[in-house]
Design a protein around this ligand. Structure first.
Ligand SMILES: [Zn+2]
Ligand SMILES: [Zn+2]
Length: 163
């Protein structure tokens, strides 16, 4: 039974995905995989698998009974399916009417205020950390298009449920 190391989908008859082992013996290719996954410091073992959701269609050889990966395929689709809000742990899902914002990693002063307001103790966000739009006053948002909003520069999240 395989589980995708990235999105945690479990292999089952009904999941509609195929599962593919990491090219652990092909160091160069393995590096490409990990680079795409943005997990340079992580090492797969012989049983680690990625599911087919992370490969484009042209990576698959469907001519045989089993779907296999073509040689030299590299997974490229990593939509951060498990991104969640660092405060309320809501998962990022598309079309749900809220937005997710990355932490202002390049603005340490502003980031300090974010972290102080989130109030979850000693913790430092990474480039994969998000906060959902529920924690910002409406005045923080800048509408870019119908479905796309960004944060105004210097916005600080202030709306948090009391602990
Ligand atoms: Zn997956
Ligand atoms: Zn949230």
């Amino acid at each position: 039974m395989s589980t995708c190391v990235f999105c945690k989908t479990k292999q089952s008859k009904y999941c509609g995905r195929s599962f593919h082992k990491f090219p652990v013996k092909d160091v160069l290719r393995l590096q490409q995989w990990l680079k795409e996954m943005k997990r340079k410091d992580w090492k797969p073992n012989r049983n680690s698998t990625l599911c087919s959701a992370h490969f484009t269609n042209d990576c698959f050889d469907r001519t045989g009974f089993l779907i296999t990966l073509k040689k030299n395929s590299v997974p490229t689709i990593f939509d951060n399916p498990k991104s969640e809000c660092s405060s309320c742990h809501r998962l990022r899902e598309y079309g749900r009417g809220y937005s997710f914002f990355k932490f202002p990693l390049d603005e340490p002063d502003i980031m300090k205020q974010w972290i102080a307001n989130i109030n979850i103790g000693p913790w430092s966000p990474s480039s994969d950390s998000f906060l959902c739009s529920d924690h910002f006053e409406l005045s923080c948002f800048q509408k870019k298009s119908k479905n796309y909003i960004t944060l105004r520069k210097g916005s600080i999240p202030t709306l948090f449920a009391p602990l």
